[in-house]
Design a protein around this ligand. Structure first.
Ligand SMILES: Cc1ncc(COP(=O)(O)O)c(C=O)c1O
Length: 371
């Protein structure tokens, strides 16, 4: 395979340097947590190779939450490696994948690197970024994909699939004998009714999730996938063993101990995310130069600039003059007049408001220059 670095990673804030960004609205996670804030006890941990499927207690905790067997859960190095394993295990250059677009870049780039046919399944701002189920049905019929790739809550738009949508998806997978990857990395950050984990609906569906986004723990690199089909799970385990054998037992233990405190931690995180979303909503309502859809979940939204401007200059000004960084549309295979705002990473709401005001300021300056 010939790998190419993706724009979202080349231009990632941690690559640019956190100390160079004053108002960081480019992140897609909740605030990064400190190791000592989560009441961890790691002193007696034996630094051995771990169980290849992943820490059994961690798998059991997740399995109980989702209503599956612990052996249906495979712990991975973040959701990113799970996505890579699923794509490489299921796709060959002869296959076709239908992928919700825009999307988190890896969900598009890895199939491209494999060399299979990548068919975009567009979700549009005009449709409130909802998946068009009739279009999905039609595309499955004419393209006969080996894999359908969906994301809910969606990155970069924050839209969610309903239980009804997922039911249709499961039926399509059974009827056309294809697989479905449902990237549920933002699952615990749903702000509307949360459907059952997609993988519980069919043996042909693989769900992926992670500690990174909701719990602000991208640095421990712990994610997981859930798959009830034994033969597929065997493939995925083989992929994991060839790449890294097992996870870091330290990372797994941190994830376990944090998830054991989920009932205490999650309500506070959700309350904070809602407050921050309220700030973004109030701001968006006063922006005549932006079209937008409010998110159903997650910590990002994806407005569109409805003015014809030089977008390179917009991002340059925003960063150079106002120290404000957002995710440009190109990170998600979209035009750069769309951009992603990540609103829950900066802990301080005054900074959030200032970052948003800086966006308005640059847009107004550019509109006045045109006028
Ligand atoms: C939809 C989606 N899937 C997967 C990932 C990767 O997350 P992780 O840090 O768990 O590897 C991201 C990160 O931005 C994401 O947005």
């Amino acid at each position: 395979m010939q790998y190419h670095r993706m724009a979202i990673e080349r231009e990632a804030p941690e690559q640019l340097g956190y100390n160079r960004i004053k108002y960081n609205l480019s992140e897609s996670s909740y605030t990064d947590q400190l190791l000592d804030t989560t009441n961890l006890n790691l002193h007696k941990l034996v630094l051995c190779y771990g169980d290849h499927l992943g820490n059994p207690q961690l798998r059991q905790l997740l399995a109980t939450d989702y209503g599956v067997d612990a052996n249906d859960v495979l712990i991975t190095a973040g959701a990113a490696s799970a996505l890579f394993m699923v794509a490489t295990a299921l796709l060959t250059p002869k296959d076709t994948i239908l992928v919700m677009t825009p999307n988190y870049a890896t969900n598009i780039e890895t199939p491209r690197t494999i060399g299979c046919k990548v068919v975009n399944l567009p979700v549009k701002i005009e449709d409130n970024f909802r998946l068009n189920i009739d279009l999905l049905r039609y595309f499955v019929e004419i393209h006969r994909p080996k894999l359908i790739s969906l994301t809910t809550p969606h990155n970069p738009t924050g839209s969610m699939l309903s239980a009804g949508d997922l039911y249709v998806v499961a039926q399509l997978a059974e009827k056309y004998k294809c697989y479905v990857l449902v990237d549920e990395t933002y699952r615990d950050l749903a702000l509307i009714t949360l459907p059952a984990l997609a993988a519980t609906l069919s043996n042909r569906i693989i769900s992926v999730s992670s500690m990174s986004k909701t719990y602000g723990l991208p640095g421990i690199r712990i994610g997981w996938l859930v798959c009830k089909e034994k033969s597929v799970m065997e493939q995925l385990l083989a992929a994991k063993e060839q790449m890294f054998i097992c996870n870091s037992v330290v990372d797994e233990e941190i994830a376990l101990q944090v998830l054991q405190q989920k009932n205490n931690l999650l309500p506070n995180i959700i309350a904070d995310v809602k407050t921050k979303l309220g700030i973004v909503t109030n701001w968006l309502k006063t922006q005549p130069l932006l079209d937008y859809v409010l998110p159903d979940g997650g910590v990002v939204c994806f407005p569109r600039i409805n003015l014809s401007i030089n977008t390179k200059y917009f991002y340059k000004q925003l960063f150079a003059k106002y120290g404000t960084y957002v995710g440009r549309g190109g990170w998600f295979d979209m035009p750069d007049n769309y951009f992603r705002i990540g609103y829950a990473w900066m802990p301080n709401n005054t900074d959030l408001q200032q970052g948003l005001n800086n966006i308005s300021q640059v847009l107004e300056e550019m509109a006045n220059d045109k006028g």
